[in-house]
Design a protein around this ligand. Structure first.
Ligand SMILES: C[S@@+](CC[C@H](N)C(=O)[O-])C[C@H]1O[C@@H](n2cnc3c(N)ncnc32)[C@H](O)[C@@H]1O
Length: 268
């Protein structure tokens, strides 16, 4: 599950805004609607493994749950109408205003508590964070983003201890950040399910040499050992064989490099 938590600072907490002025008197609800679109929409489909949690003025939470969501359309005006309808249903208990959209009174610390209880891993997206390329994203991430404004001082206080990840120094729109995160996580998932056998060697030292060489060419390697050397530290046919696995898109290049520096790769 991927979660995106949007902290909205100006969007209203009562349904008294007009759908004709989303960027103005409706407190930049258009920014939230675009972010919702980026989080859920695929071409002719919806991402079902996504939840978007919007916090309005640190008072009201609107949750959009991908696997139950209905009536979400790509235009911002109709998404804003769903938000307005959710605000009309705001009561003491969490209420479902339309299929897959839930509204309740919550503050940022309460929202964070819920995420921890669900086993999610909160992460702040911020220009000043650690580069995303150098970070490994945990399972069940919950990315916190602000709206058209920076995080407020009280947001910063609550989020201070969370990991911060940057998508580069350029300040981006909230919806653009979500698109980039989806792209990177989709690619990571494809890569994880897509390792192919590149070469087999005998013994881990040689495999480590090849792994280091390929790393110099930005080709990540997974080494699969039949029997770990620490358990059986002698070479027995078939037991100390190490398989060099690479992403299928790197296979041809990896084989060329191994052939240039070591030997013809063998996948037999
Ligand atoms: C429009 S920006 C907020 C305002 C922005 N700091 C500014 O004044 O130009 C919306 C949010 O997107 C996220 N964001 C924008 N650029 C980012 C980047 N380069 N890396 C990571 N997150 C970013 C942050 O969560 C930010 O609060």
């Amino acid at each position: 599950m991927r979660r995106f938590v949007l902290l909205a600072h100006k969007a209203p907490v009562v349904p008294d805004f007009t759908l004709n002025d989303l960027p103005g008197s409706a407190g930049r609800i258009d920014v939230l609607c675009r972010a919702i679109g980026a989080a859920f929409f695929l071409s002719h489909d919806l991402r079902r493994d996504v939840e978007v949690d919007i916090l309005l003025q640190d008072q009201v939470q609107i949750r959009l749950v991908g696997e139950r969501l209905k009536r979400l359309n790509p235009d911002e005006r109709s998404t804003a109408a769903l938000i307005k309808h959710a605000l009309e249903k705001l009561g003491e208990e969490e209420a479902q205003s339309t299929p897959g959209i839930f509204v309740s009174r919550r503050t940022l610390p309460e929202m964070l508590d819920r995420l921890y209880q669900l086993g999610a891993h909160p992460i702040v997206l911020h220009e000043d964070g650690a580069p995303i390329e150098a970070t490994s994203i945990p399972n069940d991430p919950a990315f916190f983003l602000s709206d058209h404004q920076d995080f407020s001082p009280s947001d910063e206080e609550v989020l201070a201890d969370l990991p911060r990840i940057s998508l580069g120094e350029t300040p981006l729109h909230t919806s653009q950040c979500i698109t980039i995160v989806h792209y990177l996580l989709d690619r990571q998932q494809e890569d994880e399910g897509d390792l192919v056998l590149c070469h087999k060697v005998w013994g881990e030292p040689k495999a480590q040499l090849i792994k280091g060489l390929l790393a110099d060419f930005n080709i990540p390697v997974n080494m699969v050992t039949q029997v770990p050397a620490s358990i059986l530290p002698m070479t027995v046919d078939g037991l100390s064989e190490v398989r060099i696995m690479v992403r299928s898109r790197d296979l041809e290049r990896a084989r060329e490099i191994i052939a240039d520096y070591f030997e013809e790769p063998s996948a037999e």
